[in-house]
Design a binder for this molecule. Structure first.
Ligand SMILES: [Zn+2]
Length: 330
């Protein structure tokens, strides 16, 4: 849910570029006709992914899958066990688990536990949807040979700090935070996908452009959907007051090419109905996996880059550690 959960502070924005110079014509509410939904055909199956590289073998434990299946960043060895950061960003010692030495790709399903994120009119929560799409994306990338690590593996709360720390510890070649949007500006003739990149990272920008390209192509195959979008939909950045990355997950993962995916609007009942379908979740996962594969194996520049309009609304709470309850780790 854009702007609600990810930012750690409610910092107001300084103005960004004063004019909008998008590479696509701006959306018009008047021209974006809203017609009755037509039958939505399933898209054609995509081509298989190219072979992807596994993680480089390492000898230092960077993260751990605990005995209960929770992924935690490792801070240090401690006796026979490991000092780790918990999902609520506390430090604790765990006796063991499955050690992780590196990753090709880290996937971050947004929200979890009491932090549900956006909720569709059909009851579909963003937290559950994000995890479902993430798991499908993981399966596709792993089948192509990549070493994939998830920051969240079940329905528990997880602060932004340890999510990003898993990525900065494992140093993957790509880090994708998977979300779904809420509160669009209005109707749109095409899917209102937004992908955010790290301002200082050309690699992150390219990944966001590829992700935008693949997701819009994926969802555009579903016809007759009354899409909604923000006026500045596209591959873009969002600065904070200091000119850095507004979203904590992008800011805290600096040094790792990271993007934040807001695929569709869960706040739009038609899109929520679409996103509840397993075939649509699978199609989205295929789009994300293809974007990552193209990023890892080629030099396509991506597309859909827009100059975002200045946003002044503060982010809501979420992603922090207040009242956070850790899941069992052992
Ligand atoms: Zn979200």
């Amino acid at each position: 849910m854009r702007g609600r959960i990810l930012a750690l502070t409610a910092a107001a924005l300084l103005g960004v570029a004063g004019c909008s110079q998008s590479e696509e014509p701006p959306l018009s509410r008047a021209s974006a006709g809203r017609s009755a939904p037509a039958p939505v055909p399933a898209p054609a199956p995509p081509a298989p992914l190219p072979p992807l590289p596994p993680a480089e073998p390492g000898d230092e434990v960077k993260a751990l899958v605990t005995g209960t299946g929770v992924v935690v960043p490792v801070l240090a060895r401690q006796g026979e066990g490991f000092l780790v950061r918990t999902p609520c960003a506390r430090e604790t010692v765990v006796a063991g688990g499955t050690p992780l030495f590196g990753a090709t790709v880290v996937l971050d399903p947004g929200h979890g536990g009491v932090e549900t994120g956006a909720v569709g009119s059909n009851g579909l929560t963003e937290a559950a949807l994000n995890l479902a799409v993430t798991e499908r994306t993981r399966d596709l990338l792993e089948a192509a040979g990549a070493t994939v690590v998830l920051t969240r593996t079940a329905d528990y709360r997880m602060a932004l700090g340890p999510r990003a720390e898993i990525a900065t510890n494992l140093q993957p070649r790509a880090f994708v935070s998977i979300h779904h949007n809420g509160e669009a500006d209005g109707p749109s003739p095409r899917p209102g996908t937004e992908t955010y990149f790290q301002i200082a990272s050309p690699d992150s920008r390219r990944l966001a452009g590829l992700l935008y390209e693949e997701l819009v192509a994926t969802f555009s195959r579903f016809e007759g959907v009354p899409w909604e979008a923000d006026l500045d939909a596209g591959a873009k950045y969002r600065p904070n007051a200091a000119g850095g990355d507004y979203y904590g997950i992008l800011r805290r993962s600096a040094g790792v090419p990271a993007v934040l995916s807001e695929a569709l609007f869960l706040s739009n009942p038609a899109e929520a109905a679409l996103l509840a379908r397993p075939d649509v979740q699978q199609a989205e996962a295929e789009g994300i996996a293809r974007a990552v594969a193209r990023f890892l194996t080629g030099d396509d520049p991506g597309s859909g880059f827009v100059e975002p309009y200045p946003r002044t609304e503060p982010a809501g709470p979420g992603g922090g550690t207040s009242s956070c309850q850790d899941p069992p780790l052992e």
